[in-house]
Design a protein around this ligand. Structure first.
Ligand code: C2O
Ligand code: CU
Length: 492
């Protein structure tokens, strides 16, 4: 019997050679805890003391020829040399220390790192001006925290994000320890498009037309830096797939054709396994799936059903002896202890997402004037608002009023109301909420940190206010965020 660890080691060996030159050579500091997916790179956090791991990042421009660039080299911005999308793995309970140097090539290009989905103390949340001073080029920043939950998280900068994502500056953070029955293998799939012109150079990352509508779409799709990669998997096996939508704007709806699969976690939070028909993911949303792979020699395709024609995101090709016989049955993941929502006594807070008059006018009658980025991480244009308040009216330094002031430990229900004809993936920092209901669809009660609010939909989410501090609350379509659809709540 081949163990999961053997498979993992095999995949790592494959990947370290196959990935060299495009996704980068995996650094293998800590061989034992490493898990690899074909084609996904991995940064291994170094153990520096008992129960503590650390990484050193060096944010810089690195010309890179990903396979999906068709031979072209583009000036990506990455967290470290040799890896395009780093994957950091921790075990629940471990402390994680990060030192990062800002070596981004643009004068005044400040940085900070936000740990998306993690419920960590407010001063580690990585929002420039609000939870920390931004780190200017040439300077160094640090973080140290113990993630309180297992799950599939990620990290990104929180300033000029449309360009940063557009250049590839995102990384994956996985907190392990939720598996009761280990799967036969695990894969991380990171979906992200790129805006590349016919000359092989980056197109402008944002446009007024895009920012005022659903975002400016990429021209090249990719999963782990490849176009529809074929990933070798064990035959008739139960494999865990951590699917990340890290595009700046795209909504996708993922599903398998002719395969048994179950959703086991949403945004990293374990749920009672539920058959995967298809599941919609806006930007920043994640889905953990358990898939029964095809018999030897056959394959299973993962589709995006949201695009005009179903689009093959990836293909899982089975090789080697069958791992399992018998019926497919997903074992639930361990569920983390969250404070229980007191639904009956929760205070209800209406939050409305709308377009500004300028935004609405541009959306209807686009003139693409090109967009300028102000000094404080925001476009100068405001197309969107939350509760009629468009963020750029106030600088980060000089915060406007919070959307709401909440008391730590108390239950709240946010009534999210979308009055626009666009979908908005709404994200809260430092918390997760339960989706309670929708005005237009049946929606399972899942816990998440980002919820996709469809055009003209109303969704209620409930949560218990966590640690004190100012927590960002915004649309994760980065151009929407930067054009006003951003605010914060204050927990006292
Ligand atoms: Cu990934 Cu403020 O968010
Ligand atoms: Cu939005």
């Amino acid at each position: 019997m081949v163990t999961r660890r053997d498979l993992i080691a095999g995949a790592a060996a494959f990947s370290a050679s196959a990935a060299a030159g495009f996704l980068g050579v995996a650094r293998t500091v800590e061989a034992k805890t490493k898990a690899k997916a074909a084609g996904t790179p991995e940064v291994i956090a170094k153990p520096i003391a008992n129960g503590v791991k650390s990484v050193t990042f060096d944010l810089a421009e690195r010309p890179t020829a990903l396979p999906c660039f068709d031979g072209k080299t583009l000036p990506l911005w990455t967290f470290e040399e040799g890896t395009t999308f780093p994957i950091v793995r921790l075990k629940l309970g471990e402390r994680f220390d990060t030192v990062f140097k800002n070596n981004l090539p643009v004068a005044g290009e400040v940085a900070s790192i936000h740990w998306h989905g993690l419920r960590i103390p407010n001063d580690q949340d990585g929002v420039p001006y609000m939870t920390q001073q931004p780190i200017p080029p040439g300077a160094e920043g640090r973080y140290s925290f113990v993630p309180p939950d297992t799950g599939s998280f990620f990290f990104h900068t929180h300033c000029n994000s449309t360009e940063h994502f557009g250049r590839g500056l995102v990384g994956v953070l996985i907190v392990e320890g939720d598996e009761i029955a280990p799967p036969d293998a695990e894969y991380v799939l990171l979906m992200k498009d790129w805006r590349i012109g016919p000359d092989g150079a980056f197109l402008p990352f944002t446009t007024d037309e895009g920012a005022a509508r659903s975002g400016t779409a990429g021209t090249v799709r990719s999963v782990n830096g490849e176009k529809s990669p074929v990933i070798t998997v064990p035959s008739s096996a139960d494999v865990r797939i951590r699917f990340y939508n890290l595009d700046p704007m795209r909504v996708s709806e993922i599903g398998f054709e002719n395969a048994e699969a179950a959703i086991i976690a949403v945004d990293g939070n374990g749920i009672p396994p539920m058959p995967l028909e298809s599941w919609r993911l806006g930007t920043a949303m994640r889905l953990d799936v358990l898939l029964r792979t095809a018999p030897k020699g056959q394959s299973v395709k993962l589709f995006d059903y949201f695009s005009k024609e179903p689009y093959v995101l990836a293909e899982f090709k089975s090789e080697g002896p069958a791992k399992r016989k018998g019926k497919f049955k997903a074992t639930p993941l361990k569920v983390m202890p969250f404070a229980k929502l007191d639904e009956a006594n929760a205070q209800r807070i209406p939050i409305e997402f709308s377009a500004t008059p300028t935004g609405a006018a541009i959306a209807e009658n686009a003139s693409n004037s090109g967009i300028e980025i102000g000094p404080l991480c925001l476009t100068k244009h405001t197309f969107w608002a939350i509760n009629k308040q468009a963020w750029p009216g106030h600088e980060h330094k000089d915060l406007g009023p919070p959307l709401a002031v909440l008391k730590a430990g108390q239950s709240y229900i946010f009534e999210l109301k979308n009055t626009t004809p666009r979908a908005h993936p709404i994200h809260i920092h430092g918390h997760t909420f339960e989706v309670l209901n929708s005005s237009v669809r049946r929606i399972p009660r899942v816990r998440c940190d980002t919820v996709l609010l469809l055009p003209n939909e109303r969704i209620e989410v409930g949560f218990v206010a966590g640690d004190p501090g100012k927590w960002m609350f915004h649309c994760h379509i980065l151009e929407h965020q930067e054009a006003g659809m951003m605010g914060y709540i204050e927990v006292v």
